[in-house]
Write a new protein. Sequence first.
Length: 363
Amino acid sequence: MSWTTPTDIESKVQRLWESGRLLVAEDSSSTFPRGVEFPLAVSLRGPSPRELATRYDEVRAWIKTLEDHARAALGFGYEIVWEEANNRLIGRNRLPKSVIVPTLADALALIGKTQDAEHVSALARITLDRFPELAPWIAQKPLRLLDEANSWEQVLAVLGWLRANPRPGRYIREIDVPGIDTKFIEARKPLLAELLDLVLPEEAIDKARRGAGEFEARYGLAAKPALVRLRILDPGLSIGGLTDLSVRADELARLNLAIDRLLIVENEITGLAFPPLERAAVIFGLGYAIDLLGGVPWLKEKAVLYWGDIDTHGFRILDRLRSVLPDAQSLLMDRETLMAHRPHWSSELAPHIGPLDRLTPEE
């Protein structure tokens, strides 16, 4: 039977809740702008004239089920709009034409969300008292307040601290906010970024930095230093006898090794397997962080060779390398090498799709 049931009506209202639109419905005390108009009409699928004549007992049971779950019976929920139908076989009958949900309170009670909605409204009022600029965000994503209800006060405390201390130059775990443990901010970077973009002055945000990986740089926090793994392939250029080093990127910039060639590879074992090579070094394992090398000015004077995987991501990393070292050359990333190693081919599960404008035609 395809006739609308009370469960169908609840499901339609539930979808409005999940979209956030019920939490942006307006009444006289709502914190949110208008979202859903009440009374809310809900479409109703009922029996056809033929079904009315041939399945009369089923129709009566369907009507009774609708009535048993309606506002008149339960004190909340939907109301039935009736119409008179004239059937040539069974005469005139009173049938449900549609249903309406009269008020926001009825809609919330129908799906058991009254307390949740009150909780969200309370959190919204607390938030807007302190950060009125968050009103558009709350209107767009009211359910996020409910998702973070147990920690929302701490979220607001972090926003307040960073607004009072813009671009503080401290590590995240140095932020001294009562009730905030050392991992609280790290676990909520995406959420905090959305909110900080709205509550901080423009000069406190480096908009060129994006994503959780650049959260610290975007808001002027100290970041864990990026390390570069380096093997000096010429024993005569060792540093105090050391040839395999992990150094901070800013310290590498000051190192200025007396090499002629720098090889860059992705795989750790490849980097470790390189034989001795006069006036050369190899860097490995940077992946998409390869643009760190743009902060090493002396590399612009060296021959830089990149040997990556012959797949979309290998070429994407090469393209990214050339954004900071435009003269970098690829090594063993050509068709001849590819065809010579057919037994080792495999498939990429998630290939990169997009323009790579810094590759050569052959690449």
